[in-house]
Design a protein around this ligand. Structure first.
Ligand SMILES: NC(=O)c1ccc[n+]([C@@H]2O[C@H](COP(=O)([O-])OP(=O)(O)OC[C@H]3O[C@@H](n4cnc5c(N)ncnc54)[C@H](OP(=O)(O)O)[C@@H]3O)[C@@H](O)[C@H]2O)c1
Length: 242
């Protein structure tokens, strides 16, 4: 496992925290060079330092995945400084609770922009680099991307849309040797989940939830499968009910 990603280059969005950070560190510890993306430079640099300690090369690029110009600048930098991309992980995501009846429409727009439109555009921009390396693309989805529930309609809609993007893309790029994985975690112990518990008014007991490293281990398993196989969808959930 420790050399599974040697010589590879990966880009991970949402790499400063939670699930994205855990995936980035797993890739780095397997020998990958990692490009790390999120908005806050300081948190990103902390992940980069941890990735270097884990044995990989790491470079942070602060940007907003909802900003088209930011994504185009990232593509330009990668095109100049890399020789293709082996792995693209869409880990950045945003989340608001609220009933369809009265959740602010601006929150719907924000979740669409960050959870769907950003990954869609970034994939378009980086596909030429991924084609050079028969790359792999990972979409961090959610169990509510499979089954919506009350109080979370806009977020669930964004994740349903993300699943559709991944499914269509898979059919389009499999002939080029590119694999596409959607991972659907249940409640995972991250800052996003801690905030959800505050909003829901329920006690936060992270030890009873999935851990970011659990999700990262599942993703790494799918990425390292022989090329005779493709895992398309991975549902991961906590063993215990919170
Ligand atoms: N935690 C769960 O229970 C759970 C369950 C299922 C699915 N998910 C999904 O897993 C993914 C990761 O969530 P998480 O729980 O790990 O949350 P998290 O710890 O809050 O991390 C979210 C990451 O996304 C980045 N991010 C947010 N908005 C961004 C933007 N506009 N541009 C660039 N980066 C942005 C954040 O960094 P900055 O704030 O610095 O930008 C951070 O690195 C999300 O797609 C989430 O929907 C989470």
């Amino acid at each position: 496992m420790s050399e599974a990603f040697a010589g590879m280059h990966a880009l991970v969005t949402g790499a400063s925290s939670g699930i994205g950070r855990a995936i980035a560190l797993e890739l780095a510890s397997g020998g990958a060079g990692v490009w790390l993306v999120a908005r806050h430079a300081e948190a990103l640099e902390a992940t980069a330092a941890a990735a270097r300690r884990a044995g990989g090369h790491a470079c942070g690029q602060p940007l907003d995945v909802g900003n088209d110009e930011d994504l185009e600048r990232l593509r330009d930098r990668l095109a100049k400084e890399s020789h293709g991309l082996d792995i693209l992980v869409h880990g950045a995501g945003t989340h608001f609770l609220g009933a369809v009846a009265d959740a602010p429409i601006a929150q719907f727009d924000q979740q669409y922009r960050v959870n769907v439109r950003g990954p869609y555009l970034l994939t378009q921009l980086l596909l030429p680099l991924l084609r050079q390396r028969r790359g792999q693309i990972v979409f961090v989805n959610s169990t509510v991307g499979l089954q919506a529930r009350a109080g979370i309609g806009a977020y669930a809609a964004s994740k349903h849309a993300l699943r559709a993007v991944a499914d269509a893309l898979r059919e389009e790029v499999n002939p080029d040797g590119i694999r596409v994985l959607s991972v659907y975690p249940g409640r995972t112990a991250t800052p996003q989940q801690a905030a959800i518990h505050v909003e829901e008014g329920t006690p936060y007991r992270p030890e009873r939830l999935l851990q970011p490293a659990d999700v990262a281990a599942a993703v790494v398993h799918a990425l390292t499968m022989d090329r005779t196989a493709e895992i398309t969808d991975l549902r991961v959930r906590p063993m215990q009910k919170a």
